[in-house]
Design a protein. Structure first.
Length: 80
């Protein structure tokens, strides 16, 4: 946003907000699908839900680590 011309700031802000909302929507859909896939469509039980939650948490940690690694790669690339 710092490099956007003043007259284009409103449009750039709209694109930024839309991209953020789409990212949230896709994240909820993907991790919801992971949870429901891990629940395996069987009769709901506490143990089954706990196992599905564990799988989903592992997937979330993996996604977070990918984000951290991408950020580090970008920073190292900017240092050159």
């Amino acid at each position: 946003m710092a490099t956007v011309r003043r007259q284009d700031a409103v449009d750039a802000d709209g694109v930024l907000v839309t991209a953020a909302q789409l990212g949230l929507l896709i994240g909820v859909a993907v991790f919801g699908a992971v949870f429901l896939g891990a629940a395996d469509g069987t009769v709901p039980s506490a143990g089954n839900s706990a196992d599905a939650l564990w799988v989903t948490c592992v997937a979330l940690v993996g996604a977070a680590l990918c984000g951290v690694l991408m950020s580090l790669v970008r920073r190292v690339g900017n240092l050159r």
